[in-house]
Design a protein around this ligand. Sequence first.
Ligand code: SAM
Length: 249
Amino acid sequence: AGILYVVATPIGNREDFSPRAQMVLAEADVIACEDTRHSRPLLAAFGIAGELLSYHEHNEDQVAPRLLQRLRAGETVALISDAGTPLISDPGFLLVRAAREQGLRVEPIPGPCAAICALSAAGLPSDRFLFVGFPPRTSAQRLAWCQGFAKEPGTLICYESARRAAATLADLAEGLGAQRRAVVARELTKRFETFLADRLDKLAEQVAANPEQQLGELVIMIEGDARGDDERERAEQRRVLQLLAAELP
Ligand code: SAM
């Protein structure tokens, strides 16, 4: 049987397209991508021709079985998304799960991912984090959604369109606490990349007041719940005390 490669592509800067990703895509029998009109120019810029097949959230059910059949027939399939790492708020889960269930080989070709890229340079704790994808579209839904992780001690990471960022930040401030520290990373790896850091309520105001911040793509990161952190710290202290106590005569 063939191999299913899950290939990361750039999130802005084309120099981030790894040589291994290019090689795998050039050699694949078929490249499954979200939008062929979007991916064709990127691939063409790197001299990658080959068959492109459109695979997105609305046709995953129909296309996944065809790709699995081609894998079983010995073909190499490469999965990419519009940008970044497939499956991370992007299609591919159904295909990868089914391939694994059928005992097919699945190999990741790692590379850019906006969430990890943002976290790596935000200056918020990175030892523990929770990725929560895209917030819901309405304010009421967002407030309810926040409650699912309001007590999470790790750093929270979500995706959002810049257009909705101010409204979402305001809801996060209301749902999680206005004073929580947060960072907005916009246009990562691109020419106008910016990082804004402040309390959630101040960030919401800053973004609302700055039209430039309402353009492009961004990642929102919020420090975890401090009480949760205290608890973690106390648990660590208890652990150390127990270790020390064991050493006492
Ligand atoms: N699979 C992709 C990844 O690995 O990052 C994410 C796909 S998701 C549909 C698109 C969202 O990712 C955007 O709305 C934005 O929140 C974030 N994103 C993608 N590229 C970005 C960039 N260059 N700068 C900031 N955020 C970005």
